[in-house]
Design a protein around this ligand. Sequence first.
Ligand SMILES: NC(=O)c1ccc[n+]([C@@H]2O[C@H](COP(=O)([O-])OP(=O)(O)OC[C@H]3O[C@@H](n4cnc5c(N)ncnc54)[C@H](O)[C@@H]3O)[C@@H](O)[C@H]2O)c1
Length: 385
Amino acid sequence: MNKIFKVGLIGCGHIAETYFRSQKYFNNIKIIKCADINNKAAKKCASEYGVKSLRVNEILRDEEVEIILNLTIPKAHYEIAEKALLHNKHVYSEKPLAINLKDGKELLKLSKKKKLYIGNAPDTFLGGGNQKSKELIEKNIIGKINFGNAIFAFPGIQSYHPNPEPWFAKKEGGPVIDMGPYYLTALVNLLGPAKKVSGRIIRGVNYRTIGIGPKKGKNFKVKCPTTYLSTIIFESNTVIRLTLSFDVMAHQRNHIELYGRKGSLVIPDPNMFGGSVYLCKKLGDKWKEFKTTKMSLGKINIKTQSSRANESPTNANYRGAGLSEMAYCIEKRKKHRCNGELSLHVLDIIESTMKASISGIPQKIKTKCKKPNKLTEQEIKKLLI
Ligand SMILES: NC(=O)c1ccc[n+]([C@@H]2O[C@H](COP(=O)([O-])OP(=O)(O)OC[C@H]3O[C@@H](n4cnc5c(N)ncnc54)[C@H](O)[C@@H]3O)[C@@H](O)[C@H]2O)c1
């Protein structure tokens, strides 16, 4: 039996529910206490899930807590992760690692110095969809991958989110920081690290209007670019054209397509765990579907639409898998998959994409990471209840 790690959650917002639910799937994590800068939110969360609420400084000092689960807003990820490490706790944060590379590097340095684990979402690349794709690529089914396309594009969250301003803020706003982590982590998992990026931006409207909630009808200023068209070159020399936009009313493109010498592969939504992979090896042939619903982290577990953002009515969502795998690796003294080097590299691609696109000057990616090892069914079964 695995050791069950006692987790202290900081940041009792929307995504907290998904992590409480993850305890139904994974056998080695137990959220025992929660805290939030907004004490009311912490109290509400505590009574809903039967855990104890504390002040942020109390949970950091709490002797029972072994891992801090950092579900605060991106701008606060650095501050909370740093405090967790300084209080001798392992830390696992939601994406992104930090809102700039400098802060991300500091966190890795501190975790090494303290000999503590630092982990980071997204963990969706551990899901059936991306793992099945990885298996096919590593079997060389489509041969050397020359290039590919990836896209996340929608009109933005202002119509259905009561507080959309942070998504359009100067430093931490825009689609690259928000959705880039899913796409880039999935691509690094499939292709390995990236080495160079170029791009351009397209400016959207200067003001947006809030569509729901108490501020409905209020206009707010857009302080960041909202469309990025970038070209990323990986160490393997695969070239990916990546579109990330909050300015597209609708589109019908696949999330990720990879084109190899021997065939083409369609990769499912990197923001989710499941979805089918499609393969075509000859012009005009029917695309072959590889379902992932029988894989442990591909089984449909979402059957009703909830208010949680980013969850389609039927899909597989096993957020928390990365935290559970990190806990397992702490116990076994192994390297975890959602590790600091991977999230720092992804943050580097994010920052470089924004720099290259805004300035028009291509940027070298300075950090390196190892392509994560495939997560086998055998390994994942050890973590499941
Ligand atoms: N909502 C989603 O569907 C979703 C999905 C995947 C990932 N995420 C990520 O999860 C994180 C949280 O997102 P959310 O939607 O739950 O946000 P949210 O705004 O609903 O909740 C964040 C919570 O953090 C608290 N907080 C902010 N700064 C703090 C600080 N310094 N100390 C302690 N608490 C602080 C806030 O009071 C709030 O309760 C973000 O990094 C986001 O990118 C969200």
